[in-house]
Write a protein that binds this ligand. Structure first.
Ligand SMILES: [Fe+2]
Length: 540
């Protein structure tokens, strides 16, 4: 039987030969089987070292190839897009000293936090090469959180402070470490350039397939052989093992006392609300490996959270339920849809999930014919599906649960987009929309317009429009504790004035929606336009 005793004796001797060689020599003399095992371990160790060295060399060669073949260039912004330009991290929580108006005494203590793209290295990137051009699209800037802290001192006076920080995803850290943009844009551009960019960013999926097939073939063979196989796999791994960067730039949400930044290209990243540092990815014990919606919903009354993720291959849409404590994935079901609809939102009632199957679809094979991966299929259908929270794969497909939308034309009854959104002039094609105000829909009240018969059924809409050259982002509703009405509370939003280049947070009384804000908090630095905001109330 193999024992540790001979090893101890030999390793403590002062022989002129190396301890390892002496050990091998001794074991050869004592028994053949341990000697063989030792040879295996030695070989494995050497193979591991060789693998690391080769992998490193290989990656360096690839990086060198990318550096010499592709030219990165910052995408310019139009004059009307000046507040989409990124800002630096302010570095520390900074006290706000100027407030116009007064923050109400019954406004809750907490943090108003908003996510948004803030491209690293100055701007979104385009690359050109012999394969053509590819570039980032406007939703691809790295996520940056902007937080405004509402705290009360002992004498009940408000103390307001501000901080901002990048969400530090794995890919953010890679580019930060290398001090330059490294991921090749692959979302839009010339098809060959997009394809090559995807391949050079990763071949991880192919490797996974190779890995799985080989696991079956090689299972049970010797450790040395297995190491040889792993060496081969390591050798062919390309640069980042990810098709594109993890942005984490779309939303912020809270579940079970933890706060997460999310976007649809990765799982959420947990953040520490105190200093906005990134604590890690939320993989739910490895059970959710798909993208994760930026808009999960808590089931009314249960506190469980409904999530979903889309995938370019079947099942195209997977729905899950996370436990109340955020520790377990209690439900995961792939729905039987026949296309990858770009599902951004889900409706959740006390009993059902409401699924939107729209003709905005994702299909990577379109790249081969030069069409965009994400496309609105003009002639295709739209459906709304209803499924029980714990339904199976067929739930969303049963005849009674699908409402087909016969007409693709959706009438925006009673609401005028031009009153709260500026899409830019026609000369500025593809200009990013900017929001000039807010709309409040009073669903149980009718609009007081009697001039046209066909408008009698319109619901009441109120507008809060900002002053000229002011635009907002990240609006959210902060409910009043123990409010008597559904709209008892406040609307809070980041507002930027392009004339003065000053950013503020506006607080509007939701019941006096069209009136002037009751308070404007003047921020210590510019806050670029972003995406979704949330108010995280302080726990008592
Ligand atoms: Fe959204």
């Amino acid at each position: 039987m193999y024992t540790l005793q001979p090893r101890v004796c030999i390793s403590s001797s002062r022989s002129s030969i190396s301890p390892k060689a002496a050990r091998l020599s001794h074991q050869k003399a004592s028994t053949g089987k341990p000697y063989f095992r030792e040879i295996q371990e030695h070989l494995s160790s050497k193979l591991g070292e060789a693998s690391n060295a080769m992998n490193s060399t290989y990656q360096q060669l690839l990086d060198s190839f990318v550096d010499h073949t592709f030219t990165f260039k910052c995408q310019p912004l139009r004059p009307t897009e000046s507040n989409f330009a990124p800002v630096d991290e302010i570095g520390e929580i900074t006290r706000v000293i100027e407030i116009e108006g007064e923050i109400p005494a019954d406004f809750p203590e907490g943090v108003y936090i908003r996510n948004g793209g803030n491209p690293l290295y100055g701007a979104l990137q385009s690359v050109s090469s012999i394969f053509g051009q590819s570039h980032n699209i406007w939703v691809e800037g790295e996520g940056m959180l902007h937080a405004v802290y509402f705290c009360k001192s002992n004498n009940s006076t408000w103390s307001i402070s501000y901080n901002n920080r990048y969400v530090q995803s794995e890919t953010f850290r890679i580019e930060k470490e290398r001090q330059k943009p490294c991921f090749l844009p692959m979302t839009d551009g010339n098809p060959p350039a997009m394809l090559i960019a995807s391949v050079l960013n990763t071949v991880w999926c192919l490797l996974l397939l190779l890995h799985r097939i080989s696991s079956v073939i090689f299972l049970g063979l010797s450790q040395t052989f297995w190491k040889c196989y792993m060496l081969t796999v390591e050798f062919v791994q390309l640069r980042f093992r990810k098709v594109m960067k993890s942005m984490s730039n779309t939303s912020v949400f809270e579940h079970a006392g933890r706060v997460y930044a999310a976007s649809e290209d990765d799982v959420p990243h947990e953040v520490d609300l105190h200093n906005l540092s990134t604590l890690g990815s939320w993989h739910l014990g490895g059970e959710w490996k798909l993208p994760f919606t930026a808009h999960p919903k808590v089931i009314p009354g249960s506190k469980e959270m409904v999530i979903f993720g889309i995938n370019a291959v079947q099942p195209f849409l997977t729905v899950g339920i996370i436990s109340e404590d955020g520790e377990k994935l209690k439900q995961k079901v792939g729905l039987k849809l026949d296309r990858c609809t770009y599902c951004h939102e889900i409706g959740v009632t006390g009993t059902y999930n409401i699924i939107i199957d729209s003709p905005l679809t994702l299909n990577p094979t379109r790249m081969l014919r030069g069409a965009p991966v994400l496309e609105f299929e003009e002639e295709s259908y739209s459906r709304i599906g209803v499924m029980p929270h714990y339904g199976d794969a067929d739930s969303n497909h049963s005849a009674h649960s699908i409402l087909s939308i016969a007409s693709r034309k959706v009438m925006s009854k009673g609401i005028s987009c031009t009153k709260f959104c500026d899409y830019g002039s026609k000369a500025e094609e593809h200009a990013r929309p900017k929001f000039i105000g807010f709309a409040k829909l009073c669903l149980e009240e009718k609009q007081n317009i009697a001039t046209k018969i066909d408008r009698e059924d319109l619901i009441k809409v109120e507008y809060h429009q900002l002053a000229k050259n002011q635009f907002c982002s990240g609006v959210t509703f902060v409910p009043k504790a123990a409010g008597a009405h559904e709209d008892d509370g406040w609307i809070v939003s980041f507002v930027h004035d392009e004339e003065t280049n000053i950013s503020k947070v506006h607080i509007i009384d939701a019941r006096n929606f069209e009136s002037e804000p009751i308070a404007k908090i003047i921020l210590p630095q510019r806050v670029p336009y972003g995406l979704h905001g949330a108010f995280i109330t302080k726990r008592t």
